[in-house]
Design a protein around this ligand. Structure first.
Ligand code: HEM
Length: 125
């Protein structure tokens, strides 16, 4: 089981780093943000992150319905995806995109804290 958890954690680190970097490129008006590979690679990383998550659940015979902290992770992941779309797609003001990016970073760290603590409130409680 450990190997799949390592893949899951590596994907989480890559996803966070990519989101952070693309936010910097957005703030500095870099054209790199709109390169095809920059738009494609995060989808592959995020798909692997989700695939490894559900493979772990399958291997451990866990169900998302049994653990509230897993349900919170899924909900927060959807919020992270929505904030990412707001922050990284053109069409909104720089201020809105900046706030969405900051909130996205915060939500991501919250997901990690829920994962580590296995509590719906993350490391707060
Ligand atoms: C942005 C999204 C996600 C991030 C950043 C993330 C992060 C992490 C991290 C850091 C761990 C290791 C925790 C530890 O062992 O201390 C972990 C474990 C785990 N994650 Fe995720 N995760 C995400 C999404 C998901 C989703 C959507 C699911 C399932 C629906 C999921 C299911 C699991 C499971 C089952 C474990 C193993 C728990 C254990 O046995 O220790 N993760 N995740």
């Amino acid at each position: 089981m450990e190997w799949i958890k390592i893949i899951h954690i590596c994907c989480a680190v890559l996803s966070f780093s990519g989101f952070f970097l693309r936010g910097i490129w957005m703030l500095s008006d870099s054209s790199l943000l709109y390169k095809r590979w920059v738009k494609t690679v995060p989808h592959i990383v995020d798909a692997l992150l989700l695939f490894s998550a559900f493979l772990m659940l399958y291997i451990m015979h866990w169900s998302v319905f049994d653990y509230q902290w897993l349900q919170v992770k899924i909900g927060a992941l959807l919020v992270y995806i929505a904030l990412g779309m707001l922050a990284l797609k053109p069409g909104r003001s720089k201020r809105v995109r900046f706030v969405a990016w900051l909130l996205g970073l915060f939500v991501f760290l919250f997901i990690v804290s829920v994962a580590v603590s296995k509590s719906v409130f993350g490391l707060v409680v």
